[in-house]
Structure formats: C-alpha cells, structure tokens
Design a protein around this ligand. Structure first.
Ligand code: FAD
Length: 360
C-alpha cells in the first residue's frame, strides 16, 4: 500500500529545499523526493568555472544566509556545498535517488509513482527545475551535420575543444560565459537571434532581482507603471565576460540559414566549416511527470495563480521562472514562491475554521 502523507515535494534542488523550509515551519508532514544521488540539484551539472552573478548575501535561501565566499561571486562548488549544508541544517527529509515517474489523481489525494515505490499525498509541490529539459531550436539541416553538438547543460570545460571551429548559439548568460571561456583555446563564433543585451559593468544579479521584484510588485498592485526592463536573460558582465570583451570576442553574428554536412551556410551564401556546436538556447520546465494530470497548455505550461495550479487544486509549482513567480528560478528569488506555496498548502490542508459565532 502506498504510504500516505500531507505533502510530497518533487525535486531537491534550491526550490524544493526552500519550500521544505516553509513546510517544516508550518508543521506539515512532508517528504522531498529527488532523483540525484547527491545534494545540489542542477548545480552539480554546470560547467566547472561557473560562478553566480550575485554575491553570496544575494544568493541565499530562506533562514540561512550563504556564508561569505572566497570571491565576490560564489563558485558552483560553493553553491553545492551551501545547499548540502542547508539540507542538514534544517533536517530536511530528502529521499534520493528517487525518480518520480508520474503524478495522478486517486481517491484521497495524488498518487506519486516513482522508481522506488509510491506515495499518496494530500498536496504535491513540483520543484523539478529545467536542467533536465534542455531546449534546442530546429535549424534546417541539423540532422545532416556530421560535427559534434552539445547543449550548455552538457558543457563542462574547454579542454576537448582546443584548436577546433566552434559555434556558440544563444545570447544569454550561458552563451556569453561559455564563449568567453572557449575563445581562449579555439576559433569560436557567436550566433544570437538578436543583438546581445549587455548590462552595465556595475550591474549584477542584485539589480536584476530588484528589477524582477519591481515587476512583481507592479503586476501584483496592477499599477500601470512600466516595469523596469532588464530580465535575467540580459548579460551580467562577470569577470570572464569583461575579459572577453577586452579581447574583442563579444561579436555576435545573426543566425545562419542552414547546416550542411561539415558546417553552416550564412544568409549571404558563404560557408563556414564547423567542428562543434554548443547550444546555449535555454531550457523548458521539466514537467513530464505531471502528464497524467493533463493540466499543461499547448506551450507545455500549466495555468497557475502564482504557484498554485489552477486546474489541480492539490498541486503547487515552485522555481521554474517568471510564470510561477518573478525571479523564482534564482536562489534569492525562489523564497517568495516557496513561502506562498507552503502557506497555500497549509491553508488547503487545515482550512481555518470560521470562529463559531457566539450563541446569541
Ligand atoms: P534544479 O536545481 O534543477 O533542482 C531540481 C531537482 O529536481 C534536481 O535535483 C533534479 O534532478 C530533480 N528532478 C527533476 N525531475 C525529477 C523527477 N521527475 N523526479 C525526481 N527528481 C527530479 N540562479 C541564481 O540565483 N544565480 C545565478 O548566478 C544563476 N546562474 C545560473 C547559471 C546557469 C547556467 C543556469 C542554467 C542557471 C542559473 N541560475 C542562477 C538559475 C537557477 O538558480 C538554477 O537553474 C537552479 O538550479 C534552479 O533550481 P531548482 O531547484 O529550481 O532546479
């Protein structure tokens, strides 16, 4: 018989841990299921040299500020260490590795089916992130290109790219940081759909978070003020990107027209030989496990009111990005959505009994 409990949180990355922090404070009976064999979520799989674009005090989960780190911007290893210690600090019950295959409706709640058994939960939080759902756009001829292709999710370091012709496709922080790194060892060409947007040198994640908060407040208060521009996709001038600018490599090309077997053909008909393509083209939310609930629209997104799924009242979604909370896919930004989801679940599971009117 599946074990029964109040809440199952699917995903033990920063979003799952932040939600667990608030569920614990609400005194709810919950369990986190995570398919990794160690703590740290997607941070375990980023490239070796990745650093945050915000200082540690602007990259903290609820309750415990990330310890000041060696550099201004924490390394991915320092983030992983912080998340692992956060789990211990708050005694968060994480069962891993457990892969959730599906969430479906049953009598008495939602059935969470996994490769290690089943649970019936009265409420479910999906916090599975995006890393396991890399997005690669369809380019004509991609299937006949004989060179190597990888997504930024698979990129670790430039060691095996030395001396090759590499195309970096994508104009966000991943594209800029990977171009900056590999251009020191190979002939790198940057392709972006539009002109890349570089933030001023003194703007980092702090300002982006403040702008996302202003947008969130503007939307919440339905003010017509034009929310400040500058989203998380704009390029933060971290040290490696500034250094690449000084080397003159931050020049982006408009998209090529198609692949052929050994390279790409540009819109003017010229050809470039390419050995490797690195797709820095972002991610989609990893929501396959929710398919049985049939709540996602044609774009693969569920309708939500904040973090609460509109078409399944026992489901909350945390940490996927703007559609479930401004800056919710960042360490500092996930707190709002995590707190909102835990509060909503507590209210759903223990509706506040209207105080009985005193007998007249
Ligand atoms: P994840 O970290 O992906 O955690 C989700 C967990 O759920 C993972 O362990 C995953 O394996 C697991 N999971 C997925 N599906 C299942 C399933 N079916 N069953 C069980 N477990 C499952 N944010 C910042 O705040 N500052 C930055 O500087 C920053 N830089 C970034 C740089 C890059 C290149 C990228 C890609 C993102 C960056 N982010 C940054 C954004 C964000 O912090 C990360 O994406 C973060 O990993 C999101 O955390 P999460 O918990 O939502 O997802």
């Amino acid at each position: 018989m599946p074990a029964k409990l109040d809440v199952v949180v699917i995903g033990g990355g920063q979003a799952g841990l932040a939600t667990a922090y608030f569920l614990r404070r609400a005194g709810l009976d919950y369990l986190v299921l995570d398919n990794q064999s160690a703590p740290g979520g997607a941070w375990q799989h980023t490239w070796d040299s990745l650093h945050l674009f915000s200082p540690s005090q602007w990259s903290s989960l609820p309750g415990w500020q990330m310890p000041v780190t060696h550099d201004t911007y924490p390394s991915r290893n320092e983030v992983i260490d912080y998340l692992a210690r956060y789990e211990e600090r708050y005694h968060i019950p994480v069962r891993r590795p457990v892969h959730v295959k599906s969430v479906s409706r049953v009598q008495g709640g939602l059935l969470v089916s996994t490769d290690r058994g089943e649970w019936i939960a009265r409420a479910v939080v999906s916090a599975t992130g995006t890393w396991s759902a890399p997005y690669v756009p369809d380019y004509p001829g991609r299937e006949i290109f004989s060179g190597r292709q990888m997504h930024s999710a698979q990129y670790r370091n430039p060691d095996d790219l030395r001396g090759q012709n590499v195309l970096v496709v994508g104009g966000g922080n991943s594209g800029a940081q990977i171009l900056a790194e590999i251009s020191t060892v190979c002939d790198a060409t940057w392709v972006t759909p539009q002109e890349p947007v570089f933030l001023p040198d003194d703007v980092d994640g702090r300002v982006l978070f403040e702008r996302a908060t202003a947008r969130w407040q503007a939307l919440r208060d339905r003010h017509t003020t034009t929310a400040p521009v500058g989203g998380l996709g704009d390029i933060v001038m971290v040290a490696s990107v500034r250094e690449a600018r000084a080397r003159g490599v931050l020049h982006a090309m408009h998209p090529f027209s198609h692949f052929d077997a050994d390279g790409v053909v540009w819109s003017d008909g010229t050809h470039s030989r390419v050995d490797v393509v690195i797709w820095c083209t972002g991610f989609r939310p990893a929501l396959k496990h929710l398919d049985p609930l049939q709540i996602c629209d044609a774009n693969g997104l569920p309708r939500t009111d904040g973090t609460h799924a509109r078409d399944e009242g026992r489901l909350w979604l945390v940490g996927y990005g703007e559609w479930c909370g401004a800056a919710s896919a960042t360490l500092i930004g996930v707190m709002r959505g995590a707190r909102e989801a835990a509060h909503g679940i507590a209210q759903y599971l223990r509706p506040i009994q209207p105080s009985n009117a005193s007998a007249s």
